[in-house]
Design a binder for this molecule. Sequence first.
Ligand SMILES: NC(=O)C1=CN([C@@H]2O[C@H](COP(=O)(O)OP(=O)(O)OC[C@H]3O[C@@H](n4cnc5c(N)ncnc54)[C@H](O)[C@@H]3O)[C@@H](O)[C@H]2O)[C@H](O)CC1
Ligand SMILES: [K+]
Length: 527
Amino acid sequence: MIVVTAAEMQAMDRKTIDEIGIPGRVLMENAGRGATRAFLEHIYRNGARPVGVLAGRGNNGGDGLVMARYLARMGVEVRIFLTSTRDRLQGDAAANDRLLSALNIPVTEIPDAAAFAACQGAMRHCGYWIDALFGTGLNSDVRGYLRDVIQFVNQLQKPLLAVDIPSGLHSDTGHPCGVCIQATVTATFGHPKIGHLLQPGAGFCGRLVLIDIGIPPLITQWADPRQRLITGRAVRRWLPRRASDSHKGHTGHLLVVAGAAGKTGAAIMSAQAALRVGAGLVTLAAPQSLSPILEGRLIEAMTWPVPDNGQGQWPSEAFTAIEQAAMEKRCIAIGPGMGTSTAARDLVRRVASALDLPLVIDADGLNNLVGGLAVLAGRSAPTILTPHPGEMARLLDQSVAAVQHDRMAAVRRLARQTRSHVILKGARSLVADPDGKVWINPTGNTGMASGGMGDVLTGAVAGLLAQGLQPSQAAGAAVFLHGLSADLLSEEASRGYLATEVMDALPLAMQRIFDNPPAPPVEQPLL
Ligand SMILES: NC(=O)C1=CN([C@@H]2O[C@H](COP(=O)(O)OP(=O)(O)OC[C@H]3O[C@@H](n4cnc5c(N)ncnc54)[C@H](O)[C@@H]3O)[C@@H](O)[C@H]2O)[C@H](O)CC1
Ligand SMILES: [K+]
């Protein structure tokens, strides 16, 4: 599913109006009518109280004026509160205001704090709200009395439909610009925006409904938006089909290079998760003195002991052993639980620069690349990096807060800088390809914030890569399955489930995808 930035949406708007010839007035009428339908279906219950319409001075406000006209025509009592004087309205919004005048539908101007204060009684009397204050035109933090207006409407705690996007929410990052409307339902136009799908934006939107306002598909193709939402149907297309005569030799042999004393669990989970998503064979290479532990826990996966100093740490000359272990393998995963010793760091960098196999690098593998990302730029085989925000911050030499404030920018930057595919983990994980296209993952929940989840994801990514999926599909399908597996578990208990349980539920998540893929968090009513 296509996801857009505010600029991409506005460009499509302009092109539709200027080159296709669908007037902006028609787009606004379609937007207002579609949003009215969503309001009547999901918000409005009865005429006991009037409907408040909070309208700004731009086209978002114009959409709200169209809605007010439709509702009034149906006999619904509306109270329009315009945060501007009517004479300052322009274009399509002004045209719709003139229609309201012609129809004797009153508009209350609240262009300043005093006028707003004088209306608070009338605003309190409204039983439902339509938020048409700001849409994709919001371009800075909300300040002054408009901030108070948003907080006032929020504290009324009435059912509210946000027009296009909750006012105050940044369309491209999903963060509030100082303050943000809390919506029960959001009716958005054309395509979902990034801010609807990233956190905390998704939380401010409530139920997200997509309204078709008539933007032609050829305009969307022309705009070539750089974001997608990963959907269950897409993952179903990406997942490998099993030929009736397939055998483990067909489905790829993965080499996992992982583990060190005290962190054998990470190695075990990565290896087993790969098998859980269908990899044919998995070999785990780890320091030899860990073998009794690993072989005690691993049955289906094979081990490749690397002679060490008896302390369970990577030896300095481990590369030769790994080079041998990598023969006849389809791909390599390196990093989980391997530690950040000099030997481990050197090994990660040698593997990245010298082994021309698809490579998944996670956890300590990433930490061992801090300050040494240049080794990746020269690789010809695909590379998938799977940082959480802390690892991303170290790799980009940024603060975690900076990474989290604009996750799209961070994941794109690392992907472009290293010519790699990058998964930035966290609520609504992101997958970027080297050209800057980004997929947003909608699955997963807060119960995943516990040890080992990343190791399971690494195994899932590598296990799908070993089966021949393209890197972006292996990464996208793995994050979707990983989150879906956790969502299936959270139906029983919202927290306290273990990474190994998520790992063991991966086949169920795959089966769910094949049988009945979960619907995306964006409802698409017909016209
Ligand atoms: N294809 C579509 O998506 C269509 C969208 N429509 C609607 O148009 C808005 C975007 O309208 P726009 O006029 O560009 O801006 P807004 O109405 O979102 O903003 C109003 C106004 O506010 C000013 N402003 C911006 N930031 C601030 C701030 N921090 N404080 C105060 N004022 C601010 C800015 O100057 C804007 O002019 C889109 O969301 C849809 O709802 C069309 O109606 C139909 C097609
Ligand atoms: K809005």
